[in-house]
Design a protein around this ligand. Structure first.
Ligand code: CLR
Length: 380
């Protein structure tokens, strides 16, 4: 409800803001943002964007062969981008600074089955506070598909926009029609946060991301904004090719990731729609606050979020300080007692072989980290 050019975005606060961005290069979580840019949502909630098309997630298992299945995986991936990178603009008017999760913060949710695709579940945990790292696991057991990954960021400031390099990756596991498990390593695009000088930040994607599969195929996705290959914002070109011959695509797709994309080139189905992002996104469902555990994100941040939503930034900031102090004390107590914080839902893998192996299969992939986080086995 705060228009970009109204009071809060005065020249002086914008200048202060820019200085603050420039000074915290590397990790934006410690940046002091002007109040009009604060979001009441914690970063632990963001992995839910992966699940907002449960039917496409489940359809990753479908397809007559490996190439068709890669098409379905790519469609699901492209379909998540609109939510991941434009939804704060739609729901709150501009890109916002999310709440910086506390260590051990959890976000748990589900997408109930709607068209017989099966229930999709989400577990996200803040596995590191400094630097901030969020691990996540989504699964549809009935369909036989799961996604596991972690997310961190490295930022730099050009004087005009913030460049966010995504650290981490996701692994999609798919039980295919023949009953065997295929892996799809998903790397993540680079973000540019534009429009900061106008006080109306939004994300544009750039560079290349990959989906490298154990089936021997790779999807290569090139991103561009206004003025590049199509002239339109939020554009991409993708190709599906044997991993050993990435420049000889069997399928080519082009269009806007937040709009319509189509099959292009010699491939079958030329000029037919690949994905139309106006299709409904399904929001994750979470338990009512009263039934949530103490470490669950919305419970942790209830008061801070309420302050931000009500425009009561003093109350919000006071509550945020309370949480941060409690956290500092908790860490001190743990050190004193010799009982360091334990991850609840994930195990840390210092050298994730499964990842490095698949990354090596596709020549363009440059690993951003060797770390992996796996969902702990559940005891039923
Ligand atoms: C987190 C992982 C998600 C995709 C995603 C979308 C938006 C990104 C977010 C990630 C990380 C934090 C982020 C955010 C946009 C703005 C915010 C980079 C990568 C920074 C910390 C806030 C900058 C403040 C401004 C709005 C100027 O899958």
């Amino acid at each position: 409800d705060v228009s970009p050019r109204s009071g809060p975005c005065s020249r002086s606060s914008t200048l202060q803001f820019l200085k603050s961005i420039a000074s915290v290069s590397g990790d934006l979580s410690s940046m002091t943002a002007p109040s009009f840019i604060l979001s009441p949502v914690s970063l632990t909630e963001y992995p839910s964007y992966w699940g907002e098309h449960p039917e496409l997630f489940a359809a990753c298992t479908k397809g007559a062969d490996d190439v068709e299945r890669m098409c379905n995986v790519l469609r699901w991936f492209i379909a998540t981008l609109k939510g991941q990178y434009t939804s704060r603009n739609t729901s709150m008017g501009s890109e916002k600074k999310p709440l910086n999760p506390v260590l051990g913060e959890l976000f748990l949710g589900t997408w109930p089955s709607q068209n017989d695709e099966g229930e999709t579940t989400l577990v996200a945990e803040q596995v590191s506070h400094h630097p901030p790292i969020t691990a996540y696991h989504l699964a549809n057991e009935k369909a036989g598909v799961s996604l596991e990954g972690h997310s961190a960021q490295k930022t730099s400031f050009t004087g005009r926009s913030i460049i966010v390099k995504q650290i981490g990756h996701a692994m999609l596991r798919v039980k295919n029609a023949e009953g065997k498990e295929d892996l799809y390593l998903i790397t993540l695009p680079t973000l540019g946060i534009e429009g900061i000088l106008w006080g109306a930040p939004y994300i544009e994607l750039s560079g290349t991301s990959y989906i490298s599969s154990s089936t021997g195929y790779t999807a290569t996705i090139n991103y561009a904004g206004k003025g590049y290959f199509s002239g339109k914002a939020h554009s991409f070109k993708a190709g599906i090719a044997p991993s050993a011959q990435p420049t000889h695509p069997l399928y080519s797709i082009e269009g806007e990731w937040a709009g319509v994309s189509k099959y292009k080139g010699k491939a079958p189905g030329k000029d037919t729609t690949f994905w139309d992002a106006s299709s409904e996104r399904r929001e994750v469902q979470v338990k009512p606050l009263a039934e949530q555990g103490d470490m669950e994100s919305r419970k942790v941040w209830a008061k801070t979020a309420e302050g931000i939503r009500a425009g009561n930034f003093d109350a919000a900031s006071k509550d945020k300080t309370r949480i941060e102090n409690e956290q500092r004390q908790k860490r001190k107590d743990e050190t004193a007692a010799g009982t360091p914080h334990q991850l609840e839902m994930f195990v840390h893998i210092p050298e994730d072989q499964e990842y490095t192996k698949l990354a090596a299969a596709t020549s363009g992939i440059k690993p951003t980290t060797e770390d992996g986080y796996r969902r702990k086995p559940r005891v039923h």
